[in-house]
Design a protein around this ligand. Structure first.
Ligand code: NAD
Ligand code: UDP
Length: 319
């Protein structure tokens, strides 16, 4: 198959691209590099089955040649990124998704939308099953991301119901691993970079808020299974192991062998107090469950950032 991956130069898009190539397919990446990096794909320079088009999917998505499948991953994803790029984020979720669905419809291609656990907002049901409709502040700062993804889901279902587009929707919960940008502001990359540099770990609020962290290879496995399954309703993918952010800081310090202190900072507006996926649907329809425990995934991620540090490439101060 010839598969399009929007957001291919990003953290998840680049790992997904590797998996699709390993499955024997050709991949056309589309990315405007607004939060991604070419270096995430530098190992594919001599790969004849891979090509990268530098385009903004909010402007257009015109692709020559065959398109059998589309993975729509283009969007800023870290809170720090989407709060600094609010309009771009709304456009990527709304206009970008419209263009991706238009391409899928025109070519009869299957489309998988990367949605998010943020559609559940600051959840009042815990853990979150797909049947929960969420608790999102539509005018809060995070709405630029949450509502864009909620619109993207609604548009995808409408294209499926009205135009018969063969769609899939994955609701991704916090995922981490190598190739996260050192300065993207997400908690795992921030804590590891701070620990390796011997700087204080920036703990927002009292650290009692929880998240559930999925290692990237587990997520990519689930995405590939979902793409190949016949299910159009949203499916949660994430690791149900739930940790407070304070527990995460302890684990990162232990894994990195760092003696960094904690520096308490204010909790950002509308920061969800809890988050944990109910993955019973993924287990029953995809036979999928994550395999990599947080300790193991963190050790691999620390090794990646340690290598960057040794090369003098952890220069930007995160936090
Ligand atoms: P990322 O920022 O590393 O990657 C996003 C990529 O999309 C970047 O390469 C960026 O340059 C590109 N992009 C953004 N806007 C674009 C546009 N208008 N046109 C073309 N390219 C554009 O983030 P990520 O963590 O890899 O997230 C990828 C996708 O997965 C996003 O849609 C995100 O919402 C979703 N997601 C990720 C997580 C996670 O934990 N990583 C959780 C939930 C959902
Ligand atoms: N967080 C933190 N310190 C940081 C970055 C994030 O304490 O340096 C907290 C943040 O307030 C949130 C959690 O860690 O409660 C996860 O944040 P992240 O930005 O990774 O993703 P989110 O799940 O909020 O989208």
């Amino acid at each position: 198959m010839r598969l399009v991956v929007t957001g291919a130069a990003g953290f998840l898009g680049s790992h997904l691209t590797d998996r699709l190539l390993a499955e024997g397919h050709a991949v056309l990446g589309v990315d405007n590099l607004i939060t991604g990096r070419r270096e995430n794909l530098s190992h594919l320079e001599d790969e004849p089955r891979f090509e990268l088009l530098e385009r903004d999917v909010s402007q257009q998505l015109e692709i020559e040649g065959d398109v059998d499948g589309i993975f729509h991953f283009a969007s800023p994803a870290s809170p720090v990124d989407y709060l600094r790029l609010p309009i771009e984020t709304l456009k990527a979720g709304a206009l970008g998704t419209h263009h991706a669905l238009g391409l899928a419809r025109a070519r009869g291609a299957r489309l998988l939308l990367a949605s998010t656990s943020e559609v559940y907002g600051d959840p009042l049901v815990h853990p979150q099953p797909e049947s929960y409709w969420g608790n999102v502040n539509p005018v809060g700062p995070r709405a630029v991301y949450d509502e864009a993804k909620r619109f993207a889901e609604a548009l995808t279902m409408a294209y499926h119901r009205s135009h018969g587009v063969d769609s899939r929707i994955v609701r991704i919960f916090n995922t981490y691993g190598p190739r996260m940008r050192p300065d993207d502001g997400r908690v795992v990359s921030n804590f590891i970079v701070q620990a390796l540099r011997g700087e204080p770990l920036t703990l927002y609020g009292d650290g009692s808020q929880s998240r559930s962290f999925c290692y990237v290879s587990d997520l990519v496995e689930g995405i590939w299974r979902l793409f190949n399954a016949d299910i159009h309703d949203p499916v949660n993918l994430g690791n149900p192991g739930e940790y407070t952010i304070r527990e995460l800081s302890d684990l990162v310090l232990a894994t990195a062998g760092s003696a960094s202190a904690l520096e308490v900072r204010p909790l950002p507006a509308d920061d969800p107090k809890v988050r944990c996926p109910d993955i019973s649907l993924a287990l029953s329809v995809l036979g999928w469950a994550p395999r990599i425990p947080l300790k193991v995934g963190l050790a691999r991620t620390v090794a990646y950032f340690r290598e960057l540090h040794a090369l003098g490439r952890l220069e930007a101060t995160p936090g």
